[in-house]
Write a protein that binds this ligand. Structure first.
Ligand SMILES: Cc1cc2nc3c(=O)[nH]c(=O)nc-3n(C[C@H](O)[C@H](O)[C@H](O)COP(=O)(O)OP(=O)(O)OC[C@H]3O[C@@H](n4cnc5c(N)ncnc54)[C@H](O)[C@@H]3O)c2cc1C
Length: 382
């Protein structure tokens, strides 16, 4: 067992850091507070080979491993936390499901512009009545001629107001087996966006309505019975969320560490007060433990999909750590930490959301408990 990155991984990390320092450092604060999706960053990353890291070269990707993608997201976040979202969108989310299960036509139409940083895909899974119990989704796909008519709505979709296309979870028939997914473009007839709202993180979301939207059959990604495959792909998305939680916690920690080494009160540096030293020791312990859990899940997945249990353990722990550490870092920076002059408060707000998004900590713990006892526990009434 070796706890160090390989020479190739270290070289990759150095190259990503150099790229981030050169292109992303200057605008990091402004980017975090902008409503726009950073398309300019996406295109720079595409040119640098940071989109599609785990996607096969034959499909226009880099043919790398999940661990490479984790290194990229962590390294970018350490310089510009907001730009880590672009690494996420270009490597961990719906793009990976599309690369894995999409048809050649779907890949040509959607994957190529996504990999070039010229389009954005979002995941429409959650509905007003189907959150943690996602299999209760009711958005339906009913056969109509050579395709399907989709009716329903989605909420909380990340990048919903900016996306060009949605990987939309739909119901072709009853039960879990009836769930699959289709690609729906924002500009299609019958797609409308509701009132804009905001998460605590500042990100905007909209309810997306599908009113009798015609979806040709060649835009079905996974048909009936595809739910399990979809969730296997979704575990990759979870690891992206996991990596960002940890990385933003670490960003806030580094800011607090620098601050504690130069800010003086009572004639002493903050780092000389034992009450703060112990905070830093606790933060460091959590960050190191979280890092190991993340790397285990990513390394064991190699180029495939990560294990659901290892992903759940890593995500639950990194989500909590990212929030706890950024919250403590804010305390160390005092009023400056609570101010939008630093990115610490941004890191804290973003990390809070990931404790709910993409499988809340409670739902992940349910999953872990099933692994502990090697049996399933139905969450539904008898
Ligand atoms: C920042 C952010 C980004 C998101 N991005 C997307 C996206 O891109 N696409 C998308 O489709 N969705 C997205 N979501 C939605 C997200 O997946 C849901 O919010 C999440 O699944 C929880 O569903 P809910 O909000 O309806 O809460 P509910 O399911 O109503 O849960 C409420 C609370 O009860 C707890 N709970 C529920 N069931 C159980 C149980 N069986 N045992 C113990 N506790 C339980 C939950 O953990 C939670 O704390 C996003 C959400 C956030 C906050």
């Amino acid at each position: 067992m070796n706890f160090n990155l390989t020479p190739e991984q270290t070289e990759f990390q150095t190259a990503v850091r150099r790229f981030a320092e050169k292109h992303l450092k200057a605008g990091a604060l402004a980017r975090a507070h902008s409503d726009d999706y950073p398309t300019d960053v996406a295109q720079l990353m595409a040119a640098q080979g940071l989109l599609g890291i785990t996607i096969a070269e034959a499909d226009g990707g880099q043919g790398g491993s999940l661990m490479d993608a984790v290194i990229a997201i962590e390294t970018v976040a350490s310089v510009c936390p907001r730009s880590a979202d672009v690494v996420q969108a270009g490597n961990f989310g719906a793009i990976r499901v599309l690369a894995e299960y999409g048809s050649p036509l779907q890949k040509e139409k959607y994957l190529q512009p996504l990999l070039a940083g010229k389009a954005l895909i979002a995941v429409g899974m959650t509905e007003p009545g189907a959150g943690s119990a996602v299999t209760e989704l009711v958005t339906s796909a009913t056969p109509d001629g050579e395709g399907f008519r989709v009716n329903g709505s989605k909420i909380f979709t990340t990048h919903g107001p900016h996306a060009d296309v949605f990987l939309t979870y739909v119901r072709f028939g009853p039960g879990v087996k009836g769930i699959g997914s289709v690609l729906i473009e924002t500009k299609m007839d019958g797609v409308t966006l509701g009132k804009r709202s905001r998460f605590t993180s500042g990100e905007e979301w909209v309810e997306i309505f599908f009113n009798n939207v015609y979806v040709p059959k060649d835009m079905v990604v996974l048909g009936e019975g595809g739910f399990k495959k979809q969730i296997a792909g979704f575990n990759v998305e979870r690891l992206g969320n996991t990596a960002r939680s940890l990385a933003l916690g670490r960003y806030a920690y580094e800011e607090a560490r620098e601050w504690a080494m130069q800010r003086k009160q009572f004639g002493r540096l903050l780092c000389e007060f034992q009450g703060l030293q112990w905070k830093f020791a606790d933060m460091r312990i959590k960050l190191d433990a979280a890092q190991l859990l993340l790397y285990r899940a990513a390394t064991n997945a190699d180029t495939g999909f990560p294990s659901p249990t290892e992903t759940a353990i890593a995500k639950a722990y990194c989500n909590q750590t990212g929030f706890d550490v950024s919250n403590e870092a804010m305390q160390v920076l005092g009023g400056m930490g609570y101010s939008q002059e630093s990115l610490v408060e941004y890191c804290m707000r973003r990390c809070r959301g990931w404790m709910i998004a993409g499988g809340s900590i409670e739902i992940l713990k349910n999953r872990i408990a099933e692994a502990v006892f090697d049996r399933t526990f139905s969450q539904r009434p008898n």
